[in-house]
Design a protein around this ligand. Sequence first.
Ligand code: MLT
Length: 230
Amino acid sequence: CFTPALLPLYDIGNSIVVVIDIFRATSSICYGIENGAAAIIPVSKVEECAAYHGTDCLLAAERDGEVVAGFDFGNSPFAYTPEKVAGRTVVLTTTNGTHAIQLSRGAKRIVIGSFFNLTALSDWLIKEQENILLVCAGWKNKFNLEDSVFAGAVVARLKDAGYSLDDSSIAALDLYGLASDDLRKYLKKTSHSERLKKLGIEKDIDFCLNVDITRAIPVLEDEKLIKLEP
Ligand code: MLT
């Protein structure tokens, strides 16, 4: 597991990539797909999202934790409820998460992970028996704690299933060991928690740390994230 900046060092064409952005992009994507969104189209740039104005898509744009003016909503999981997204296609751009998805193109498969779908995702990965790369979106190409702790939670399950681990996976696993007793307490010290706290949205942090509240695994098919049919 590693940040997108290191992607060129890996053989992604031979791997399933799991994109991880716990606060909040991949949590919101998992929640939206679970709640019946027909699809979520991840785009890197605000202008690409704006190009869908005038279509029947919902347009979601976030930068530096805030909703970009002129869009329907941003990246809060609370915007991805069944009432808001069921049956709809959402076009989404976020500071790091959607960019990490785009950078992972070329992988055998790209799926989306968060604490919400930890068990469903891990069980599916174990069944697939492929090389797995856990891509932690981080913050502006830098390491962050929450994505790496989640990567460690996945690694813990893969290890139990007999997967061999590289050193970065062992590091993530050790980190998860430090956090797993009380995820909320451990992840309180993250820089993005501080950032979102300043914006008054700590409730999003708390919500994104719910474990196994969804089963859907979003998978990228062409330009759209849809529900994987195992
Ligand atoms: C991102 O993609 O960087 C994030 O999910 C930021 C956020 O909305 O909290």
